[in-house]
Ligand binder design. Sequence first.
Ligand code: NAD
Length: 309
Amino acid sequence: MAESGIGKVGVIGIGTMGNGIAQVCAQCGFETIVTDLGAAVLEKGLAKIHKSLDKLVASYEKTGGQRGITADNAASAKALLKTTENLEDLAGCDIVIEAIIELYEPKAEKFKALSELGFSGILASNTSSIAITKLASNYKFPERFMGMHFMNPVPIQPGVELIRGFLTSDETSETVTKLTRDLGKEPIMAEDKAGFGINRMFVPFCNEAYRVVEEGIMSVEDADKTTLCLGHKMGPLSTSDYVGLDTMYYITEVLREEFGDFYRASPLLTRLVQAGHLGMKTGKGFYIYDETGAKTGVNPAVARYRIGG
Ligand code: NAD
């Protein structure tokens, strides 16, 4: 039995984050049910999870059990994981974790719909930046609402930022903290202010990197060489492509609304999003990627784009 007392987990969204969250929940022994916008997206997301589990088994075998998971663990995770096109199938879950697009309205709609379906469990949002108290106002039980901000890639990153809303109860906060530990992750507490702690620090750093490129101060590759200078594992432009440029853009907008114009998205990021170059998920962002996800070079549109500083 999990320390949190949670049995069944629902996940809304099977994109970059939702598929990692669902995988880790199933891997840790929770019955997990995921929904998204239609069968094709669900099928693609589920295939990605199965592939990721198989890779972990290969890693276990290759490292003699030092890394990865056993074949039995992967098989039981696959058996515990279900997908559905109907949100109502999540109504009986102990907790639902939402991981859809970083926009207020679609998230609010889901929380209202769950309330109408009679859901009464804990509702957690994986939002990167949107006020938890404002999101919670759409749920019938705001005391059972909390921010649960997983990091990307979820199966690898050990930290989860937890954010209490204005009305979140002690009981909800304790259960979510225990669930985070049940999932083998370290809880990091933050207050309910735009961007919370992690993205308040990280997103302005990336936004400055975009400005460094558009002002011609550094090339894309050189701006990414914080790997050599600051000890980061991945530079800000590669990380942004990995996160998704739409997500980075929406977060900067949330920061700007709360803290002012300094946080406005750089023109280069804005142009990339307008052009549908959203990073790895669309094959084009600051860099170009082939179908295996390997980088093939700098996006020529980015290399060409210059505006004065
Ligand atoms: P994504 O674009 O990769 O995936 C979003 C998924 O949500 C897609 O599968 C899409 O079909 C689905 N979706 C969109 N609208 C929907 C709706 N109305 N109903 C059901 N499904 C819907 O995005 P992502 O990167 O997984 O981001 C999801 C959330 O996680 C966002 O709130 C984001 O800020 C947050 N987050 C992202 C990262 C990251 O590195 N990408 C890290 C931490 C948190």
